[in-house]
Write a protein that binds this ligand. Structure first.
Ligand SMILES: Cc1cc2nc3c(=O)[nH]c(=O)nc-3n(C[C@H](O)[C@H](O)[C@H](O)COP(=O)(O)O)c2cc1C
Length: 191
């Protein structure tokens, strides 16, 4: 029996009340039905400080315990789903910080970008995809952009039903996740 690919879901937003985590939670079942194990990597829980390594990540030198732990978590993955909101036409600073900590751990890792926002988070997705491509992740397809409707939120701007919101993009998500899991499975076989 071949091992199931380990796919990380990186939650790029860290606000105390956010859409990112419930959206990420909805992706677990999709990954599992595509044949992968989902590994939740919530940056609000991981709480990386602002990059504090003396040497640049391309040097391969990792000294701080939080860097070594983060590197180990990414190294252990066969693929990554980046979940990002659109913050002022870009992706969150916490996500950029988490990416910038590492280099070789990301290279050739199959990945997709799942974004959300009033225009589906397309600016954030474009910006993030450019950075991930620069680093050398193996982006699979175009990813998925999930647009909000005003009825998704209550008067305190809390999302009413993340499952219904994600459900509107289910077909695209399923397709994108299957692409990712099959690329990750190929890497596993080749390893
Ligand atoms: C700092 C900030 C900037 C934002 N800028 C945008 C934006 O440029 N485009 C957009 O569609 N929504 C924008 N929004 C609204 C977010 O899409 C919405 O708050 C979403 O829930 C953020 O994701 P999160 O809840 O996971 O943090 C912004 C929200 C924040 C907090």
């Amino acid at each position: 029996m071949s091992a199931r690919p380990q796919i990380g879901i990186i939650v790029g937003s860290t606000r105390p009340v956010r859409v990112g985590r419930p959206v990420a939670d909805e992706l677990v079942a999709l990954l599992e039905s595509a044949g992968a194990d989902a590994v939740m990597l919530d940056l609000a829980e991981i709480r990386l400080p602002l990059l504090d390594e003396a040497m640049p990540p391309a040097s391969g030198v990792r000294t701080e315990p939080h860097t070594i732990a983060w590197a180990g978590r990414i190294e252990a993955l066969d693929g990554v789903v980046f979940v990002t909101p659109d913050y002022n036409s870009g992706y969150p600073a916490a996500l950029k910080n988490a990416i910038d900590y590492l280099k070789s751990e990301w290279v050739a890792k199959p990945a997709i970008v799942v974004s959300y926002g009033w225009a589906g988070g397309r600016s954030a997705a474009a910006q993030l995809s450019a950075v991930l491509g620069y680093i050398g992740l193996a982006l699979q397809g175009e990813g998925v952009q999930m647009p909000f409707a005003s009825t998704d939120f209550d008067e305190s701007m809390r999302m009413i039903d993340a499952s219904a919101f994600v459900g509107r993009s289910e077909a695209a998500l399923r397709e994108s996740v299957e692409l990712l899991v099959s690329a990750a499975a190929e890497e596993l076989v080749a390893a």
